[in-house]
Write a protein that binds this ligand. Structure first.
Ligand SMILES: Nc1ncnc2c1ncn2[C@@H]1O[C@H](COP(=O)(O)OP(=O)(O)OP(=O)(O)O)[C@@H](O)[C@H]1O
Length: 481
């Protein structure tokens, strides 16, 4: 190859590289814009403002973060979303890698534009400028208004409210307030609701929401940067400290520091609220002094929400979604179905509803119970088929149609009773091994031909009436629950 040809090819390579770089740069700008819209300004700024894109090669996007904490957080919380957004904005992306940026590493654009590296602030100085001892980010949706109160959480809910609305100058009533519950039951929601409410009611109070993970990171970073005193001072100046995920507190020196901080705050009548997935006595590997200080406050547990409360949570979430997009529709029987079947926790409920909302946005057809079951199959979990009794059928059908069980077995022939009775007979025939005469006997001693007629009637209607078919499907599932 002539020197001239080699020169032209090299220039082309450089030009192509520049074009590629511009492409992924622009894609990254679009991905960030979408993230900002999805997450809101606060959350976006906390996590993504300092993330940079270093390039895309062979389907792998390389991002860099200024700290190990940010790197870990982005990887564990946003990997899947980033891959999806990059695919939408750029295409053919298999993976998004996040590495910790070296303090001397320059953003890609700087490398291209300057032949001499421009001076960069040391990492510690950059972080100082952004208050590196700030708390964990708050989600503006997690307020008391969006939290459902019920028998399983009312003590925790009321105590949390009392903390947020306590009058100025009054000594804390519950200190520390320790809230414990299983995964996804609403601990983080309550802690963040306290933070939002306090900021609204008492803007002068310094309130900080801090996960134990972030506490640990900040403590270790402060030691490394010889800023441990600043760190302690910052935490001790807080009026209300909300600590989440207490069960993750590990390491002797971190626990010691935590214990000093806890003592200092409690001794000066500052409010501390702690959340964990277990009671203080069950926190393994936690310094006995920390444990006993936590036990000495007010300990409240929250249990799983019951079906009615799960339904209430779904209603709240749907109402919020419909405020953003009034076209979204999820039929009542589908919401009933989710409330009955997704029993694990609030997070799975949210997940189930989000999937349906996403479908509802792209389809004009209201979703059926069947389609819903398919969409959320992984959230339902496996169940053994249950042995169904005719009494159970009568109970569930009566409740669903708002008649009494007595009505179903009575001689009454009003329309409001006849159709539910026929449905109950149909379910008895298709869901139990009972014969027509046996079913007739359980329905007030009716003749077997009456049962036969009812079963045929419903069979005929189900094919033509989608609403009835959905109702029957729902009843079946309620019975199998
Ligand atoms: N009672 C409730 N009312 C409204 N939403 C709820 C309720 N309980 C849980 N949620 C919702 O369920 C989801 C999970 O709740 P949250 O993150 O607070 O759980 P958690 O107990 O902190 O779980 P983890 O132990 O995994 O951190 C959130 O979206 C939350 O809003």
């Amino acid at each position: 190859m002539s020197a001239e040809a080699a020169k032209i090819m090299k220039e082309q390579d450089v030009a192509e590289t520049d074009v590629e770089r511009r492409d992924w740069d622009e894609a990254w700008a679009r991905v960030k814009k979408r993230l900002r819209t999805e997450l809101g300004d606060d959350v976006f700024t906390s996590w993504f403002a300092r993330i940079e894109c270093d390039g895309v090669a062979a389907g792998v996007v390389s991002l860099s973060a200024p700290t190990l904490f940010l790197k870990g957080w982005i990887k564990s919380h946003y990997s899947d979303r980033l891959v999806a957004l990059w695919n939408a904005e750029y295409g053919d992306v298999r993976r998004v890698d996040v590495v910790k940026r070296s303090p001397l590493k320059f953003p890609a654009q700087v490398k291209v534009v300057h032949s001499e590296p421009a001076p960069v602030q040391p990492q510690a100085a950059q972080e100082d400028a952004e208050d590196r001892f700030a708390g964990s980010p708050l989600d503006s949706r997690l307020t008391f208004t969006s939290f459902c109160e019920g028998a399983s959480n009312e003590v925790a809910f009321r105590a949390a409210r009392a903390v947020a609305t306590a009058p100025d100058g009054a000594p804390p009533l519950y200190n520390p307030l320790y809230i414990h519950a299983g995964v996804g039951i609403g601990k983080t929601h309550l802690l963040q609701a306290i933070a939002h409410e306090t900021r609204k009611m008492h803007p002068q109070r310094r309130v900080m929401y801090l996960t134990v993970e972030r506490f640990t990171f900040q403590f270790v970073a402060a030691l490394r940067d010889k800023a441990a005193l600043d760190f302690k001072e910052k935490l001790r100046s807080i009026d209300i400290l909300l600590i989440d995920d207490m069960q993750f507190l590990t390491g002797r020196s971190v626990q010691q520091e935590f214990c000093h901080m806890l003592n200092a705050l409690l001794d000066s009548s500052k409010q501390v609220v702690v959340a964990a997935d277990r009671a203080p006595g069950e926190l393994d590997g936690i310094d006995e002094r920390v444990r006993s200080r936590l036990k000495g406050g007010v300990v409240v547990g929250m249990a799983r929400p019951d079906t009615a409360m799960r339904r209430k949570i779904l209603d709240l979430r749907l109402a919020a979604a419909r405020e953003r997009d009034p076209k979204i529709q999820v039929p009542d029987n589908v919401l009933d179905f989710i409330a009955r079947m997704v029993v694990s926790n609030g997070r799975d409920l949210d997940g189930a509803l989000n999937r349906l909302i996403c479908r509802a946005q792209f389809s004009d057809q209201p979703i059926s119970v069947d389609a819903c079951e398919l969409a959320i199959a992984d959230l339902i979990g496996d169940r053994e088929p249950k042995r169904i009794r005719i009494e159970d059928i009568q109970k569930i059908v009566a409740r669903h149609y708002n008649v009494s069980r007595q009505d179903l077995v009575s001689a009454r022939r009003t329309r409001t009773v006849v159709r539910p009775r026929q449905i109950a007979m149909y379910l008895a025939k298709t869901m139990t091994p009972r014969s027509f005469p046996e079913i007739g006997k359980r329905f007030g001693g009716r003749d077997h031909t009456t049962v036969l007629h009812a079963v045929r009637k419903i069979e005929g209607l189900v094919g033509a009436d989608q609403k009835l078919s959905d109702e029957i499907e729902l009843l079946r599932r309620l019975l199998q629950d």
